[in-house]
Design a protein around this ligand. Structure first.
Ligand SMILES: *Cc1c(COP(=O)(O)O)cnc(C)c1O
Length: 389
């Protein structure tokens, strides 16, 4: 059992004596012991086994083992959200006085987590351009503990060279942490490229149908299996068994969805690029993308996020959105329903206009997350937007 599609439907399942075919949801907060000695042995960890669902739960464990098999990580810990996965990683790996080098184009709440909370506890940070390997190297200090990045970036589809950054990090004993939310193991395997830790917001493509909030941290048995697990079990941002079950079902169709949504996104990106009202399309699957070759080498497809710029700045972008009828106006992404958002006034509205300009987020920019609707219906809807823009 080595192929992703097999692991996605089979890995991690332990059938109970009932012989159920589908994985059950264990809705229990605690577990009973056969006798007092067994309780004592579980608590002093001389015997493995369940105690309390903040620590372990069979449905959550099934999700963790399946995702670990798919990413190729030794250990996986599920969390209540993607942000909880990032927090748990930082709380486990960092201490006061440590330094992080972070991509300047990571998820907005990740930047807020670092700037508002980690800094308060004496952690230092340097932000660098995702695709500037020299900047990553030059930012390393004696107290640097972690490189942190997402690739492709949101919304501009800038690609990090994971292998090159892993080499730069490891030369100086720094851990490389990759948030693999946008590609998932269906399209990109950060561990094979040298990453030490992989983070997921399961809320996005792992679920794929916009139902639950969850996350995961993957890595080796010490950092993840002991340290991150220890933080989650003590601090409490554990994944609920119901959500774990929804994500398990999501994993079963992940590869099919990622391939279909990537193929549709490439088609839409090419179609938009050829349209006279579109100034620029940001999608790493286009041969016009400056990092097309790197993306092709590092990913097996280019993902579902297509960002493009139209004339007429904010007025044009808002008119585009308001003229559509099929696509959903929501800032979420990774759903089988196509979504559209105006980054400058939603996902990137809390940074200053100057910071937006520096990050390349223009007023005429729109971000699509392409779903599973028929291409001709999507194009018909987006054509309404283009006509109105
Ligand atoms: C959404 C997202 C997160 C945060 O995940 P939540 O499940 O919303 O907490 C982290 N990283 C990336 C890249 C995301 O898109």
């Amino acid at each position: 059992m080595t192929q992703l599609s097999t692991l996605a439907v089979r890995a991690g399942q332990v059938r109970t004596q009932e012989g159920e075919h589908c994985e059950p949801i264990f809705t229990t907060s605690s577990y009973v012991f056969r006798n007092a000695a067994e309780a004592a042995a579980r608590f002093d960890e001389t015997e493995k086994g369940n105690i309390y669902s903040r620590f372990t739960n069979p449905t959550v464990r099934c999700f963790e083992e399946r995702l670990a098999a798919m990413e190729g990580g030794a250990s996986c810990v599920a969390t209540s959200s993607g942000m909880a996965a990032i927090l748990a990683t930082c709380m486990s790996v960092l201490k006061a006085g440590d330094h992080i080098v972070c991509s300047e184009s990571v998820f907005g709440s990740t930047i807020a987590l670092i700037n508002r909370y980690l800094l308060k506890f004496g952690v230092e940070v340097t932000y660098v351009r995702l695709d500037d390997n020299d900047a990553w190297r030059e930012a390393i200090k004696p107290n640097t503990r972690m490189f942190y990045l997402e690739t492709p970036s949101n919304p501009l589809s800038v690609i990090a060279d994971i292998r090159a950054l892993a080499d730069i990090a490891h030369e100086r004993g720094v851990l490389l942490v990759v948030d693999n939310c946008f590609c998932t193991p269906a399209l990109q395997k950060p561990f094979e490229l040298g990453a030490d830790l992989v983070i997921h917001s399961a809320t996005k493509f792992l679920d794929g149908q916009g139902r639950c909030i969850g996350g995961a941290v993957l890595g080796d048995a010490q950092i993840v299996g002991k340290d991150v697990f220890g933080f989650i079990r003590t601090a409490g941002p554990s994944m609920s068994p119901f959500n774990a079950w929804v994500f398990l079902k999501g994993l079963e169709t992940l590869e099919l969805r990622m391939r279909a949504q990537s193929a549709a996104a490439l088609d839409i990106a090419q179609w938009l690029e050829a349209h006279p009202k579109v100034r620029k399309v940001h999608y790493a699957g286009l041969t016009s993308h400056p990092q097309y070759a790197l993306a092709k080498r590092q990913q097996s497809a280019f993902g579902s996020i297509v960002t493009f710029e139209i004339e007429n700045a904010r007025a044009g972008a808002w008119s585009f959105i308001d003229a559509t009828r099929l696509v959903s106006i929501t800032a979420n992404l990774g759903d089988v329903k196509t979504t559209i958002t105006h980054p400058a006034t939603t996902t990137h509205s809390r940074i200053t206009a100057q910071e937006r300009e520096r990050a390349g987020i223009t007023e005429g920019m729109l971000r699509l997350s392409i779903g599973l609707e028929a291409l001709e219906d999507l194009k018909e809807d987006l054509a309404k937007g283009l006509a109105a823009a």
